[in-house]
Ligand binder design. Structure first.
Ligand SMILES: Cc1ncc(COP(=O)(O)O)c(C=O)c1O
Length: 382
């Protein structure tokens, strides 16, 4: 039997599916036509223009591991808002906390008790004593990079080739054929040449990491403990511990981004592998879908920042955002992070149900997940 993929057959199947999509999504088609009059590309965020069929589906409601579109099609949702709803859509406890808090004040630019509750929980999980809040994980990464440059007095950061850490200018870099750092394809309006801010190394390449650090101009290494945005790439045994040692040896700070890898368990891969980063960033799932980001740091790092930052001008330091102090986000995070932890490495009952559900196509039935969503599921269950 031939093992070659028959591309002509695939193209025919795709045509059939695209035609079927139009028949089953008439209301979404109308909503898209209407949206095109008032939104760029007809979508609220430009990425949604990259949809495989004629237009995106418009969501009516989502609960747990499923959502229903405005045509009445129900889907098993393997994407879960790109992990923003990793704990399931609108969990009852989170919804109750949001309602409670919304009734008594959404944001105030003053702390509520929840901020410390969440910080204590995160400190216990990740072993970092001091925490700060942002609006997104992108912001958490941006702020931490600024602190690293401040503390070390060095200009560059190291990132892994093909990484994703949100829309952070310094991270949209790659390597050219000769091993030089250049801007990534699609990097819009980059403020400066990426070689000025960034050195790029391959994941699992310790020789490359040491060579990049040896220049002596690197303030920080920003990395996920497993790459999660190019499928899943796991670290080789001992790789992350060795990166941590190299960072110390060359005076760079280590930032671990657990935004997606938190899916391996309550303390993410940091706790699983006993890592001791200088900073840890995370966001998305920890407030059940309410915008949030946060970063933790060591006592040493916090003390360095305190020495270097003048209180009188602390609000002009490029770190902050009015809604970073959202009572709603803190309240919601407090429910998500303090919820009873499930047994480590065990798929939640909801996910197990999803896996054993029949995947049948068609109106009012369950539609099959995309491949990228399956990668995310693998991460959730690994
Ligand atoms: C590893 C990682 N870090 C940070 C982010 C940015 O999160 P946000 O879009 O909430 O800013 C993402 C987004 O997908 C991510 O995958």
């Amino acid at each position: 039997m031939s093992t070659q993929i028959d591309r002509t057959h695939l193209a025919e199947l795709r045509k059939v599916e695209e035609a079927r999509f139009l028949v089953n999504h008439k209301k979404s088609s109308e909503a898209f036509a209407d949206s095109q009059k008032v939104m760029h590309e007809g979508v609220p965020m430009s990425w949604m223009a990259k949809w495989p069929g004629a237009h995106p589906v418009f969501v009516k409601e989502a609960k747990g591991a499923r959502f229903t579109d405005i045509d009445g099609n129900t889907y098993i949702d393997f994407c879960l808002g790109d992990t923003g709803s990793m704990t399931g859509h609108s969990p009852d406890a989170t919804v109750a906390a949001i309602k409670r808090q919304a009734d008594i004040g959404i944001t105030s630019m003053l702390p509520t008790l929840d901020a410390a509750v969440v910080s204590k929980e995160l400190a216990a999980r990740f072993g970092l004593p001091k925490w700060q809040f942002t609006v997104t994980a992108t912001d958490a990464n941006r702020h931490v990079i600024r602190y690293c440059r401040l503390i070390t007095g060095r200009s560059k950061i190291i990132v892994i080739d093909r990484c994703y850490h949100g829309s952070v200018d310094e991270t949209f870099a790659t390597l050219d054929g000769a091993g030089n750092t250049i801007k990534r394809e699609g990097n819009l309006g980059a403020p400066v040449d990426l070689a000025v801010t960034t050195r790029v190394v391959e994941f699992n390449d310790l020789v490359g990491m040491e060579a990049a650090l040896a220049h002596g101009d690197v303030s920080a290494i920003l990395m996920e403990p497993a790459m999660t945005n190019v499928g899943i790439v796991l670290p080789e045994d001992g790789y992350l511990a060795a990166v941590q040692s190299l960072a110390k040896k060359y005076g760079a700070l280590l930032i671990i981004d657990e935004t997606h890898t938190i899916s391996v368990g309550p303390g993410g891969m940091t706790q699983d592998l006993g890592l001791t980063p200088d900073f840890l960033t995370i966001g998305k799932a920890i407030a059940g879908g309410i915008p949030v980001g946060t970063f933790g740091m060591t006592e040493d790092v916090a003390n360095s920042i305190k020495k270097l930052v003048e209180l009188e001008i602390i609000d002009t330091g490029g770190i902050g955002s009015t809604l970073a102090r959202s009572s709603l986000a803190n309240s919601s995070s407090s429910v998500v992070t303090t919820r009873k932890k499930s047994k480590r490495h065990q798929a939640s009952p909801k996910l197990q149900n999803v896996l054993s559900s029949p995947l049948t196509a068609g109106k009012n039935k369950l539609e099959s997940p995309s491949l990228s969503s399956l990668f995310r599921l693998v991460l959730c269950l690994s």
